[in-house]
Every structure is written in structure tokens, then in C-alpha cells.
Design a protein around this ligand. Structure first.
Ligand SMILES: Cc1cc2nc3c(=O)[nH]c(=O)nc-3n(C[C@H](O)[C@H](O)[C@H](O)COP(=O)(O)OP(=O)(O)OC[C@H]3O[C@@H](n4cnc5c(N)ncnc54)[C@H](O)[C@@H]3O)c2cc1C
Length: 449
């Protein structure tokens, strides 16, 4: 491994925004179509910005207003996605800000959705890219488009709401949960776009882009991993946007989502698909967390693999081995699969800037990690627990030649009673009590080797 080049690319992380955008655009030209948006990006990656945002959380306001686009949502998702703040850390602060744990329940249960999707992702692996379940409703028109239509990408559909959402997604890389649901539902049910095409589009732009939450939420909306497809009408959108769009819309009164829920169901579906929804049995049974067998001897001087979900000095492996060298691997397979735009890369790089003495290498982790460990005098690899099948497969392959330690993040909830991942409601039932309890020592990571 070329140590000097890896150190030089690592040092790029500390550049200010302008030069960082230019450096990344030069290095990843195929990902630089949104370079202007990356230059304008209002949010900053890294722990300091995350802490400012964390300090603003208001669990009571959240419970009252989270469905409103202007409501008191945390906007923490880009930092949570990269492990810059943890679910347990957000939960602990939320609990500290209320009198009774139940007063923070709405926020904690939404954090649990992320936890749940990650467990489902770990269980299904690459299969989250296929329908988890058969559709419960038979669509009237085929849902067969494999690409997001050009008018949507150009934000010129004529629907003021959808055009505003598409513009904002492209420009800021963040949308409110309700906006994501509306956009996804309209694309799949009204425009006949396959959910996979919409999910790919979102992943390119979202700063919090994460296959677990993204693909599985798209499936929830499409009705391939939920009891029924998610529909909304104009009245619902007006209520939660404070009538921000319909008043100026040329299609007012004749848009795709005008009418009652009964009328919309009739517009988009012939009727029930003829079979009950029953997610695969592989989602039943006790959770299996291990993907790399614990090595007989844990590495004494590991190389910490700073993965996408732990792109921070607060990642579980980085906390467990504070003086170990760290490496981030830009995997061409990730670039090809998610095609992240420059906004995402800039945000990621700014998160990585907090990681001291970071080596950054482009290549397959299976090749890079053993070579880097040898070059840096390390006797193994440590990484934070991850649901990502690509990272899990790479760690398993590396474990055949080197000891690999998988370090769990600070526990958000006790999953030992979870025996069914087929529906969130069942998951929440099992983990609720523990999720509503604060961590005793949030800084102490649990080592699973
Ligand atoms: C079609 C679609 C695609 C999505 N894609 C992603 C994605 O790629 N990455 C992503 O992190 N989230 C995704 N979500 C989930 C959710 O929309 C975002 O996590 C949330 O809107 C982020 O805003 P926030 O931080 O203000 O959330 P808040 O409402 O303040 O919630 C706090 C945190 O809880 C978690 N959370 C809240 N709601 C959800 C949820 N429904 N599912 C999973 N986690 C949740 C997030 O980590 C979030 O940061 C998607 C939702 C839909 C409907």
C-alpha cells in the first residue's frame, strides 16, 4: 500500500468547503454533476455541527409537530447515518429533557425505526433490493418504469409540491419524512415507477442515504413490506405543509392526489392482490448479530476500519482502540452501487475530518485492509458492527487471513427478546422498555470478540 498517498488523501478531509469540493470533483468526476449544490450545502459534516443540532432537540415539540414539514424534527439523520452521533446518545439526551420517559416516546420510537431497519438489513442482506413481500393490492396500471421520469428529475411535472421536493432533494440532500413519503408514494402509485428506481435516485442525493432506511422505507410505501401501500391525498399534503404548494399549483383541483382516500384507492388499484401479506420466514427467529466468528486471539494492535456507518472518531471500533491507526476505504463497488453525488461525498469527508491520522485508500477492502495492516505493522482489523452486506462480506473474507474484531456500538435497546422482524410493531413491543431507559455508560462500547 502507498502510505504517503493514503496519508495525503486522508489529509484532504481537513480542507475548507470550497477547496474540498474542487478536490473531490477532480478525484471523482463521475460523481460531480451536483458540484454547485455541494458548494452551497448549508450543513457541515462532523461532530461539532452534529452537537449543535443535538443540543436543539425538543422531544415534547417533536411529539406534537413531527408530521408537519415545519415541525420540531431533529434533522440529525445525516450525522446519525455516519455514526457521528449514536441512537443511544440521542435517546439519552431526549430522556434527560423530559419529566417522564413516556414524554420522549415518540422520538425514541422513531429512532427505533432506524434500529429496526438495520436489523432487517442485516437479516436480508442484498435481498433488500428485491420486494420483501408480495403486493397486497393489485395496481390498475403496471408499475414498470425502471427510471425516474425526466420531468421529475427536471422538477417540471406541473405539480408544485413534487417539483419543490425534487428541487430540494437535489439542492440540499435532505427532505422531511413526510415529503419523502409523498414523493415516493406519488412516484410509485401515480407514475408507475418501480420503487427500486426511486430508491436509487434518493440514495444519490440524500446526505443520510442509507440502503437500510431508504430501500425498506420505499418498500413500506410501495406496499411490498407493509400491510398496505401508503397513499395520501391533497388535503393531507396541504395540512402538513401549511398549504405551501397547492395555492400556486397549475394543477390545483385536477392533480393525481385530488380526492378522498376511497377515490384514490380506486384510481390506483383494481383491488386486493388476492393474498395476505406475509413477509418471509427468514425474518423470524432470534437475531444473529455475528458475521465474523470471534478470533481466537483479539488483535492487540488492530487497524481500525472506519466504515460508512462509523465515519467518526466516535465509531465503536475507534472508541475501543483509541490509539490504533485508522483507515477509510473508498470502495468502487459502493460508488457503483449507490452512485453518491458530490454533496454526499463532501458531507462524508467532513465527518472523516474528525478522525485523527486517517489513511484513505480507494480499492476493494478485501485487498486494501490486509495490505494496509501489514504496511502499518498491525496484527488485525477492528470495525464497528454493520448491517451492510458488502462490508460484512469483506470483513468475513479478511477474517480468513487476519484476526477481525467486530465492536458493537453503545446499545440502544435490548434485542435479546426479539424473535420476529416481520413488522416494526412487534419489534417495538419487544424493545420498548429498554429503549426508554438511558444508557448507564454511553462512552463504554461493548466489544463482541
Ligand atoms: C422513501 C423514504 C426514504 C428514506 N430514506 C432514508 C435514508 O436513506 N436514510 C435515513 O436515515 N432515513 C431515511 N428515511 C427515513 C426518514 O425519513 C429520515 O430518517 C428522517 O426524515 C430524517 O429526518 P430527521 O433526522 O429530522 O428525523 P427525526 O424525525 O428527527 O428522527 C430522528 C432520527 O430517527 C431516525 N428516524 C426517524 N424516522 C425514521 C424512519 N421512518 N425510518 C428510519 N429512521 C428514522 C433517523 O435516524 C432520524 O435522524 C426515508 C424515509 C422514506 C419515507
Amino acid at each position: 500500500m502507498d502510505i504517503a498517498a493514503a496519508r495525503a488523501l486522508g489529509a484532504v478531509t481537513s480542507l475548507p468547503r470550497g477547496p474540498l469540493v474542487e478536490a473531490l470533483a477532480a478525484r471523482f468526476p463521475a460523481h460531480a454533476a451536483d458540484a454547485d449544490a455541494a458548494r452551497r450545502l448549508a450543513v457541515q459534516g462532523g461532530r461539532a455541527a452534529a452537537l449543535a443540532r443535538l443540543d436543539a432537540i425538543d422531544p415534547g415539540g417533536y411529539a406534537r409537530s413531527r408530521n408537519h414539514v415545519g415541525g420540531a424534527v431533529t434533522r440529525l439523520s445525516p450525522w446519525i447515518r455516519h455514526g457521528v452521533v449514536g441512537l443511544a446518545e440521542v435517546r439519552d439526551l431526549a430522556l434527560a429533557r423530559v419529566r417522564r420517559a413516556e414524554d420522549a416516546e415518540k422520538l425514541v420510537s422513531e429512532l427505533a425505526w432506524r434500529d429496526y431497519w438495520r436489523q432487517v438489513h442485516a437479516a436480508l442482506g442484498e435481498r433488500i433490493a428485491d420486494d420483501v413481500d408480495g403486493p397486497t393490492m393489485q395496481p390498475r396500471a403496471p408499475v414498470a418504469r425502471n427510471e425516474v421520469p425526466d420531468d421529475v428529475l427536471a422538477a417540471r411535472t406541473g405539480m408544485a409540491c413534487m417539483d419543490a421536493f425534487a428541487d430540494r432533494l437535489h439542492d440540499s440532500g435532505w427532505l422531511h419524512n413526510h415529503e419523502r413519503m409523498w414523493l415516493a408514494s406519488w412516484l410509485v402509485h401515480a407514475r408507475g415507477v418501480r420503487w427500486q428506481a426511486g430508491a436509487r435516485w434518493f440514495l444519490r442525493h440524500l446526505l443520510d442515504g442509507d440502503p437500510a432506511s431508504n430501500h425498506l422505507s420505499w418498500q413500506w410505501v410501495a406496499g411490498t413490506f407493509s400491510a398496505r401501500p401508503y397513499l395520501f391525498n391533497r388535503e393531507n399534503l396541504e395540512t402538513y405543509t401549511g398549504n405551501a404548494h397547492c395555492g400556486t399549483c397549475d394543477l390545483l383541483g385536477r392533480c393525481d392526489v385530488e380526492g378522498s382516500y376511497e377515490a384514490l384507492t380506486d384510481r390506483f388499484f383494481i383491488g386486493p392482490a388476492g393474498r395476505e401479506s406475509s413477509p418471509p420466514t427468514s425474518l423470524r427467529g432470534r437475531l444473529v448479530q455475528t458475521f465474523v466468528p470471534p478470533p481466537p486471539r483479539a488483535p492487540a494492535r488492530p487497524l481500525v476500519w472506519v466504515t460508512l456507518g462509523a465515519a467518526s472518531s466516535r465509531g465503536a471500533a475507534a472508541l475501543a482502540f483509541p490509539t490504533a491507526p485508522r483507515i477509510h476505504v473508498i470502495d468502487p463497488a459502493w460508488l457503483a452501487a449507490e452512485h453518491p453525488g458530490l454533496k454526499r461525498l463532501v458531507f462524508l469527508w467532513e465527518c472523516l475530518a474528525d478522525v485523527q491520522d486517517l489513511f484513505v485508500v480507494e480499492g476493494s477492502p478485501v485487498d486494501v485492509l490486509p495490505a494496509a495492516a501489514a504496511a502499518l505493522g498491525c496484527d488485525g482489523i477492528a470495525l464497528a458492527w454493520t448491517p451492510c452486506p458488502r462490508e460484512r462480506a469483506a470483513a468475513a473474507a479478511v477474517a480468513r487471513v487476519l484476526p477481525v474484531s467486530v465492536v458493537d456500538e453503545a446499545p440502544f435497546c435490548d434485542r435479546s427478546r426479539v424473535d420476529d422482524l416481520r413488522r416494526f410493531s412487534r419489534y417495538w413491543q419487544r424493545v420498548r422498555a429498554s429503549a426508554l431507559r438511558p444508557t448507564s455508560d454511553p462512552a463504554e462500547p461493548h466489544r463482541s470478540t
